[in-house]
Design a protein around this ligand. Structure first.
Ligand SMILES: N[C@@H](CCC(=O)N[C@@H](CS)C(=O)NCC(=O)O)C(=O)O
Length: 228
């Protein structure tokens, strides 16, 4: 019975940075979970639509029959429910700043990053805009092993799932070297460091498949902007 009560289910998608980050946290905490994958570019399962009728997006997280949406909230819930290997800083300021940078990455860097992927004109301006934002992350990681300090934490999981294992794949597909080593040495060092971590490696989408997926998304955004 206890086992059933602890039942954790994740509805995700192999290429979604939002669901891969939830998997990273579950693996880091050693929480067993049931996983079902959505190919949301093709169709959405009745279960996804039933559990997330508002946004109709992955990830959907279920624990003890309770449904939770939005990856940042899911990560915080996981951290507070399974307290081993904490991912959020314990002090209020550190916690608030981790949330601040996570929001910055998911809102600003992702928006401008996608803009640089779909822009056919003034691509140099779009790259410059994205690099200006990435410079803030370069400063933030300088002098630290991980964004979270000595060990991988909430912000590493958010930035890692979104930048090197999602946006970079799109930039690679477009032939853009957005994070060159000479310009962003610290961020590149950090990327190599997180790639060494087993639970991260287990969640990194296959590079070729991921580039193909990102190109499909770019194609969709371009097509939608033409019909708008
Ligand atoms: N703010 C959400 C974003 C979730 C999200 O955008 N998920 C995408 C996959 S990467 C999705 O399900 N998209 C389906 C759609 O847009 O129809 C979170 O942090 O969980």
């Amino acid at each position: 019975m206890a086992e059933k009560e602890e039942y954790v289910k994740l509805i995700g998608s192999w290429a979604s940075p939002f669901s891969r980050r939830v998997e990273m946290a579950l693996k880091l905490k050693g929480v067993p979970y049931d996983y079902s994958d959505e190919d949301y570019l093709v169709t959405k399962s009745p279960l996804l639509l039933q559990l997330n009728p508002i946004y109709k997006k992955v990830p959907v997280f279920v624990h003890k029959g309770k449904v939770l949406l939005e990856s940042h909230l899911i990560l915080e819930y996981i951290d507070q429910t399974w307290t081993r290997n904490p991912i959020l800083p314990q002090d209020p300021y550190g916690k608030a700043m981790a949330r601040f940078w996570a929001k910055f990455v998911d809102e600003q860097v992702t928006l401008i990053g996608f803009r640089s992927l779909v822009k056919s004109e003034e691509i140099d301006v779009a790259i410059k805009e994205a690099q200006e934002l990435i410079t803030y992350l370069e400063k933030e990681i300088t002098g630290k092993m991980f964004f979270g300090g000595e060990t991988i934490g909430f912000l590493d999981i958010v930035v890692g799932s979104m930048i090197p294992f999602c946006l970079v794949r799109g930039w690679e597909g477009m032939g853009i070297d957005m994070i060159p080593k000479e310009k962003f040495p610290e961020l590149n060092r950090w990327i190599e460091k997180i790639k060494e971590i087993e639970i991260v490696r287990e969640c990194i989408p296959n590079r070729e498949k991921n580039i193909e997926h990102m190109m499909k998304i770019v194609g969709r955004i371009k097509a939608a902007s033409k019909t708008a």
